[in-house]
Write a protein that binds this ligand. Structure first.
Ligand code: ADP
Length: 399
């Protein structure tokens, strides 16, 4: 069975075609600058040369059509016909309060995705266009929506309610939803397997540290808390997002800078995080590490604040779960940056965590335990694979 995984952003589309017999990638690629001048498709078939198509792509319908053409192209393709695609798994950002599982798309599901446009204004509209483009291009092929919020649907009210007037929750569904759900679900399951835990008797924390960053507490395979909220702005310090702050800052700064609330929110999303804190050095941790190694004080302070926030969340989730069996680091920073893991684990001695520095240095982008054999809590590096997770969810629903 071949499953196409699609991740539509506002002006981009990433895809992978996976053969589920052995979970091998047949081809992957990205379309960039959809609706903007200079649209480009970069197609990478696994056993053939990379291939680029530069042509005007006014919308996602055209982009999906070009992806399908590339997949069946006589020179660069990997299929004879598009009907060799058995199902399409779509990454969809927001399911609001409606779904806590992946689901086969029908008109009701499309209505929910539409009803959640306000909650995911950049992503949900693009996600829906991607689904409708596939319906038009491949009639009869099932489309599955895999929601970023779904895994967190098991959080109890005490974790998802904000301490604001109840009517905002009742009227506008203002609550915490959480994101990166596909990654937290995949990595928590892999961690349970890799650490040899019994899923029905397990307490796991997943730190997804990428450009965006979030952390989750998972008891017996189910999410009980996570750091992102109504939107992906809450929680950890991220590449360009502030994470937690005193909400009064929004009014305080916007008045002084003479900017609107929405401009201020844009700054908290795009110009804050480690980029903003470091005085603009970079949102990329490789640049910040290089600056820290050069004794740049702003970079050092920024990475200290970043890792301190992660450690504080870990502490609060250990309390929330009344214990901890394993902690997993994942995503670009979590999988690659040993110094970030060292700095976080330096706070965890009280849990009986003892880091194996050699194993920690050696762990780059592959599953590894980075604590010593006598550590009371296993700390692991577990690479995330959101495309494979979406493909597995899709297969489960269509087989
Ligand atoms: P996204 O949230 O965009 O999916 P990723 O999980 O791909 O992000 O993470 C991207 C980030 O990972 C980059 O911004 C960079 O800071 C960090 N990163 C990638 N490789 C390394 C590395 N070798 N060392 C440190 N940080 C890295």
């Amino acid at each position: 069975m071949n499953i196409l995984v699609l991740n539509c952003g506002s002006s981009s589309l990433k895809y992978q075609l996976i053969n589920m017999t052995d979970e091998s990638i047949l081809a992957k690629g990205i379309v960039e600058r959809i609706g903007i001048e200079g649209s480009i498709l970069t197609h990478k078939p696994t056993r053939k040369a990379k291939y680029e198509v530069e042509q005007t792509m006014p919308d996602h319908n055209v982009a999906v059509k070009l992806v399908l053409d590339a997949l069946v192209d006589s020179d660069h393709g990997v299929l004879k016909n598009v009907n060799e695609i058995n199902a399409v798994g779509h990454r969809v950002l927001h399911a609001g309060k409606y779904y806590s599982d992946s689901i086969i798309v029908n008109e009701d599901v499309k209505k929910v995705i539409r009803d959640c446009f306000d909650l995911g204004p950049l992503h949900n509209p693009a996600n829906l266009i991607g689904i409708e483009a596939c319906e038009a291009a491949m009639p009869g092929v099932p489309n599955i929506a895999v929601f970023d919020t779904a895994f967190h649907g098991t959080m109890p009210p005490k974790a998802y309610l904000y301490a604001i007037p109840r009517e905002y929750y009742e009227k506008y569904d203002v609550r915490r939803y959480g994101f990166h759900g596909t990654s937290h679900s995949f990595v928590s399951k892999e961690t349970i397997k890799f650490a040899g835990l019994d899923i029905n008797n397990s307490k796991v924390i997943v730190a997804h540290l990428g450009n965006g960053a979030s952390i989750s507490a998972v008891v017996n395979g189910k999410c009980v808390d996570t750091s992102m909220g109504l939107t992906p702005l809450e929680g950890l310090i991220m590449g360009t997002r502030s994470g937690d702050l005193d909400p009064a800052i929004v009014e305080f700064v916007s008045k002084r800078e003479n900017i609107s609330v929405s401009e201020m929110i844009k700054i908290l999303n795009k110009k804050s995080g480690v980029l903003g804190m470091s005085g603009g050095i970079s949102s990329d941790f490789r640049d910040l590490k290089a600056a820290m190694d050069n004794k740049n004080e702003l970079a050092t302070e920024t990475l200290q604040a970043y890792t301190y926030r992660v450690a504080k969340y870990i502490g609060s989730y250990v309390a929330a779960m009344n214990g901890i069996d394993a902690i997993a680091f994942t995503a670009g920073v979590g999988e690659n940056a040993f110094y970030i893991r060292t700095m976080v684990c330096a706070y965890l001695g009280y849990l009986g965590v003892t880091l194996d520095e050699e194993a920690n240095h050696a762990a780059v982008g592959e599953e590894a335990v980075i604590t010593t054999a006598d550590s009371k809590v296993k700390v692991c590096v577990i690479p995330t694979n959101e495309e494979l997770a979406i493909a597995r969810e899709t297969l489960d629903l269509v087989k």
